[in-house]
Structures are given as structure tokens and as C-alpha cells.
Design a protein around this ligand. Sequence first.
Ligand code: ARG
Length: 591
Amino acid sequence: MKKIIELITDTVSQVFEKNGYEGKYGHATLSNRPDLCQYQCNGALSAAKQYGKAPINIAKEIAQDLQGNPMFSNVNAVMPGFINITLSDEYLAGYVNDMAKAENFGCEGEEHPITVVMDYGGANIAKPLHVGHLRSAIIGESLKRIFRYMGNKVIGDAHLGDWGTPMGLVIAEFKRRKPDLVYFDDSFTGEYPEEAPFTISELEEYYPAASALSKEDEQFREEAKQITYELQNNHRGYVALWNHIRDVSIKDLKRVYTSLNVSFDLWKAESDAQPYIPDMIAYLKDKGYAKLSEGALVVDVKEDTDTREIPPCMILKSDGATLYNTTDLATIVERMMLFSPNRLIYMTDKRQELYFETIFRCARKTGLVHKDTRLDFIGFGTMNGKDGKPFKTREGGVMRLEHLVDSINDKVYEKIMENRSMDEAAARKVAVMVGLAALKYADLSNQASKDYIFDMDRFTSFEGDTGPYILYTIVRIKSILAKFRQTIGNKEDIAHYTILPASVLPERELMLKLSRYSDMVTAAYEELAPHRICQYLYELAYAFNSFYHDTKIITEEDKQKQYSWIALITLVHDIMLAGIDLLGIEAPERM
Ligand code: ARG
């Protein structure tokens, strides 16, 4: 379905043409005076110069012609030359009815669907997930859904960190604590055990301990470095232990991501790109892209137009070791080879912005991607505590993701128990769903690049621009629909009810909001901006609640009117569900 704003533009443009002006002046926009009109066209102001006429005269001409069109209830010219436009209630209701029948409510997908690799999550093996990884997972999941909704093929990759020094540190820590493990016996030639010699909670302790120790203990640090080197050069025992570390860690990560309603198509990791490195380096050298600089192999990526210092992209360190850059470039090679994507989108916190700029330039310059391959980086801000500093536990440590989620769930649980009649077990279940919505919505409703403050009371509030408010509105509609079905005895099929033209303002406002669904989805898609969806859902929920406040649906005697309202709120319900699904949020049946 065409967007309503496009349909208005088409109609207004035709009238401009009919009156001897260029059609481009008929461009319509949302009204910036919603108290006066719903849409507006400022074309007469721009046309005035070209045709040497007063803008208001052109506007009057056009408005007069449009006035008779059944699409509009009112079109008028106002000084200095605006055309104010209001749709007729019949037209608006017709459009909204069409939406109810159309696939995806009339939201048309991408004309030329593409293949996209999305790199989000980015958790590190053997390190517990913390809130810093939360945003990447939440934003990535939402963008993946938005891109799919628009008809694209999306491959979501967790791109786990499993290759650098942290691995050496963890193995060194194993060696220190459990030196008798067979993995450290160089004379051992048999099969290594299938069972991991540790649990996840044990493993989680290792990295922080090793990292702290390496800061004080030079010898330990050197050992970890040596182990990293040997691991990367296929030391049999280390590789076997490392595989256990990966397995145990990934199993746990899968559990946590599942609980966050975040999923990946691929669970690839940095190590998966290693086989692509030798050929890539040979290529970069042969083609003359890479050169030695102070012993290191680098690709120069500066451009004449740069206004800031862009460092060269280092491919190999002076000791020949590979680094994060090398892995990311090789991952690009791998992705191009396996999936031929048209676009790659990365999500990490914005401190990696310059890093990705360097990687993208290098990939482009050296032809690792095609000329028209799009590379995007979405850098997000930090989640801060009320003190404006990165969010910490009460003890000042890094907050574990699971603890954060638990504390939100507890808070929501309390609220549900306070004012609802639900047994404890049911309330616990609902609290998990609503708590997750509170967290995700709070994160997604902020523009990604901005920092935001973690405010538990606000996030979990059932009122205002929050996840719980959105869910509460959905649940409210569900309950009205259920009550209505009871009154009509569950026999009748309510799917064929038609929405009649609005008779009161809140009803009209609600329809108007609904009619803008596809504009919103398209904007969220084009701008890589899930916060657009949140904003829309909030406005829609608000519009619904105002309408509901003024209307007694269940007791309405005029059946035609009542059925129309049922159809209307069914559409609100369905669109809200589609909207939260794009955010990776689910709604309970009750709350
Ligand atoms: N593991 C990295 C980190 O924790 C994030 C990975 C992001 N993706 C990438 N292709 N570099 O910082």
C-alpha cells in the first residue's frame, strides 16, 4: 500500500500540474500545527519565485481545487502561502480498513531486497556478560527484525571474542591452579577427556583473577603471552583446553541470550577467521597495499579530506603477531566469500568508532569488499548510573547482566503483586516478560548513540514512556476484546467488522496514528533507528488510552458503532504486537 502521505502528495501534485505548475511543488508533509490541520504543503512558497506570483495566490488556487476532493474534509490557504490539509473521515477510515486487510498492515518492503550480515552481541568467551554487551545485543536483535520485516535476508552473527590475550590469561590461570591437568603434560599423546574439567561458575572466576594478577605479576603476564602464542600455533593441550572453555562458555551464553529473547543465525568467533589470514596477508603484500612501518605491517588509510588524524590500519605487529584488526579484516573476507552480502552492519559501543572507520577504509581501499558493499557502524552510548558514570554495582564492580535482569524482574514483580490479583507463580512469570520489556524498551527508546541513565523506577513504571506502559495497553485491549467476545457468545467472527468514519476527535487521532505505521517502520529501517518504533508505540498507546477513556465500548448500544470500535481496537492491538515484535519484546496475556 502506498503511504498516506504519498497519496496526498500525488493528489496535490496533480492539482499543481493541472494549474500549470511543476508537480514537484505538491510535496506534502506532516502538519507542524496539528491543532489546525493534519498535513500541509509548502509548495506554493517555493513555486512563487519560479512563477513570479504571490505565494498566497498560488496556495489559494490549489486549495480551491482540492477542496472538492472527497479525500479531504478541509483544504485552505493561509498566509504567507501554506496549504493546510485535513483528510476526510471517510477517506481515513477507508485507508485504515485497507491496512487491516493488507499484509504487514500495508507496509511495503524493500523494492530490491539485499543480503545483510549483522555483527552484534560480541560477547567474549570465558568472560561473564556484563551490561556493556547488553546494548549491542538488544539493538542488534531489533535491527535484524526490522531488516527482515522489510524483506531482506539477514544473517546475524554473534562474533564471539575467543582469540586474543584473554584466552592466554585464562589458560595460564588454569595452569596455576590446576597444574596437574593432562592438558599441561607435554608428553601426553593420548585422547584428551571429553568432559570439561571445570564448571561455568569456576570459569567465570578465572578471567578476572588472571587479569588482576597479570597487572602485578610480570612473570605471569609473560607466561600468558607465551601461552597465547602457542595456542595460536596449535599447541595440542592448550587447544583441547581452549575447546572446553569455548563449549562451556558458549552453552552459557546461549542460555543468557535466549533469556533476553536475542538470537543469532551464526555463532562464529574470531578464531573462525584465522584460516583466511595467510592468504589475505599475501594478497595485501602482493598488491602493494601493505607496507612495513617500524617493523609492523600496515595499510595506509588516510584521505586528503580528513579533518582528524586517521592512523594506519595495522595488519601485523612488529613481532609478526596478528591483532583485532587482522581478525576483523579476515572476517570480512570470510563473510564476503560465504554470503556475498550487500551490506555489513556492526554494533559496538562508540569507543570503537575510529577503529571501525580504519577497518572499513582498509577493506574498501584494498578491495576486500566490492565497491558497492555498504559498511555501517552503529556506535552506542553507555548505560550510566544516576551519578552519570558507567553503571556499577553497589559495591562498585561491573554489574553482571543477569543480576541486572533479576533486579528489574523483582521490581516488576512487586508492582504486579501490589495492585493485581494474580497468584505468586503467575506473577513471577509475567514479571519476567514485563521486566525484559522494561529493560529493552528503556534501551531502545533512546537514540542509540546517546548515553542514558539507568533509572529502575522510571523503567519499570506502568505509566509514561516505558515498556510496561506499552504492554499494559496491549493487555488492556486484550481484555476488552475478551469481554466483548463473551457478550456476543464467542460465536461471531469479529474479523469482518468494518471501521466506520470517526465521529469524535480521539477516535480520529487514533486512526491518524494508525495510518502512519508504515512511515514509521520505513524511517526506523532507513535510519537504523529502533527508537522510532518506541516513539510510535508510545504515541499509539497514548492515543488509544485517550480514546478509550472517552468511550464505553462494551456498553455501547449502537451495534454498528460498537462493532466499528472493536475493529478499530483490534487493529491497534495487532499493530502494537507487530511493533513490539520488531523490538524483540513479547506481551503477556494479563498483567
Ligand atoms: N568482542 C568485542 C568486544 O567485546 C566486540 C566485537 C565486535 N565485533 C567485531 N567484529 N569486532 O569489544
